[in-house]
Design a protein around this ligand. Sequence first.
Ligand SMILES: [Zn+2]
Length: 147
Amino acid sequence: MDAVLVINADLGPLHRVTVQHAIRMLCRQVAEIHEAEPDRVIGVFPMPRVVRLVRFVVTRWRFSSGPAWSRAGVLRRDHRCCAYCGGPASTIDHILPRSRGGRNTWRNTTAACYACNQRKGDRTPTEAGMPLRREPVNPGWAALAGR
Ligand SMILES: [Zn+2]
């Protein structure tokens, strides 16, 4: 009963919020009343049942797949720490070497120091006998922010 449906500016349903939250949205003028309870008021507003966002919100965030790959991003993700020896890293190693079809992806690249990168060369970690100290992952935006 106390849930208010929020709909997008194109009338697509988004989610439910509490009445208090809906009132705050109305006060901040980010939403307008789309449907109200008859004969009920809350403060200066009719009791909302459905509020409609004033501005269209893109619900499929273009960031949903995470940040695009970059060399600088790999170094930040890995705290500039070599995946093979744990020392300070300044280079990017392709786990499956590029010469063998390895691509520039978060999962196929890791921070590595120059020495380890040279030593590994055109081999996979298994072939080189150089196990990875950590699994390379797709970073979220937070992992790359502010460092
Ligand atoms: Zn190293």
